[in-house]
Design a protein. Structure first.
Length: 114
């Protein structure tokens, strides 16, 4: 495990390059997940509501990805996960966020079918 010391860019590159693909996915997911926590610091402005909603959705998604990659049984059931994503939109943002979420989902299914 890497301690709290500052990592050099060359060290980060070397460690990342030595990971297999599953561990690269896990690593990238954890980085994205941790950055969503940092993003919460910018929620104070009412103008930032959509950003906050998208960040929270990204946080949920990256958490679920990590659980799937680990084989963790303590995760949301598939149907509930999708409901939570859309509920976050309805509660905390305007219609444009839901449109973007729907577009991202459609694009992702399209990408998987190619």
């Amino acid at each position: 495990m890497i301690g709290m010391r500052k990592l050099e860019l060359s060290e980060i590159k070397a460690k990342y390059a030595n990971l297999d693909n599953q561990h690269k996915c896990t690593f990238l997911n954890y980085v994205a997940h941790d950055l969503t926590i940092f993003g919460r610091e910018f929620y104070n402005s009412p103008a930032q509501r959509n950003l906050a909603t998208i960040n929270e959705i990204a946080h949920i998604l990256t958490g679920e990805i990590a659980k799937l990659l680990r084989g963790d049984k303590q995760r949301y059931p598939d149907e509930i996960l999708i409901e939570i994503l859309f509920e976050k939109n309805r509660l905390f943002s305007d219609a444009s966020c839901e449109q973007e979420l729907t577009k991202a989902i459609r694009n992702s299914f399209q990408w998987l079918s190619n």
